[in-house]
Design a binder for this molecule. Structure first.
Ligand code: AMP
Length: 195
């Protein structure tokens, strides 16, 4: 099962990916998580990425494509993967198409979580409160100011990725405003039809 989840920040991609990872026993490849790990570890990629992430912009396509290319070579990704937060530009989508073509791999589904953008800021604020309540650390970019930039970045650079997949792959949409369990059920429905 090779799957892409698309949608703006706060749409629920991470939550749904984690559930699908459990159900299908395939890894969740979340480029945001990988970049945050690189920042924390102080690697050369992390040093380059930190300021961009803090500002709500996009890390360069070359860096992110390189990270994903390495990651899908790992043994646990041979049976499939869920891409969460990648591709975020049409250039990344084209690079992924080429990568999969070279490996003779197909995508099973590209699923877009469609949400009301007005509701996203309060979701992010809720996510921050829940993280604090659970004793965790809130992401540096989960604040209203940076979130506004992340949303603008999404509109300008990531929204066109949906049109890209409308052209070359089967793109399915799911109502991301529904209850979490209902969103999961809708995604599983699509995947069952597909498998
Ligand atoms: P996320 O956890 O997916 O919200 O990503 C957090 C931040 O990491 C984003 O705001 C970007 O700065 C960076 N990032 C994550 N994935 C990508 C990507 N595919 N391309 C460029 N930047 C990315």
């Amino acid at each position: 099962m090779r799957l892409i989840l698309l949608g703006p920040p706060g749409a629920g991609k991470g939550t749904q990916s984690a559930r699908l990872r459990e159900k299908y026993n395939i890894p969740q490849l979340a480029t945001g998580d990988m970049l945050r790990a690189a920042v924390k570890a102080g690697t050369p990629v992390g040093l380059k990425a930190k300021a961009i992430m803090d500002a709500g912009g996009l890390v360069s396509d070359d860096i992110v494509v390189g990270i994903v290319a390495d990651r899908i070579e790992e043994a646990d990704a041979h049976n499939g993967f869920i891409l969460d937060g990648f591709p975020r530009t049409v250039k990344q989508a084209e690079a992924l198409t080429e990568m999969l073509h070279q490996k003779q791999m197909d995508l099973d589904a590209v699923i877009e979580l469609v949400v009301d953008e007005n509701a996203l800021l309060s979701r992010i604020e809720k996510r921050a409160q829940e993280t604090i309540a659970a004793g965790g650390t809130v992401r540096a970019d989960d604040n209203p100011e940076t979130f506004k930039n992340r949303l603008e970045t999404y509109r300008a650079q990531t929204a066109p990725v949906s049109s890209y997949y409308r052209g070359v792959e089967v793109l399915k949409t799911v109502d991301g405003m529904a209850e979490i369990d209902d969103v999961t059920a809708a995604i599983e429905n699509i995947l069952q039809v597909k498998v």
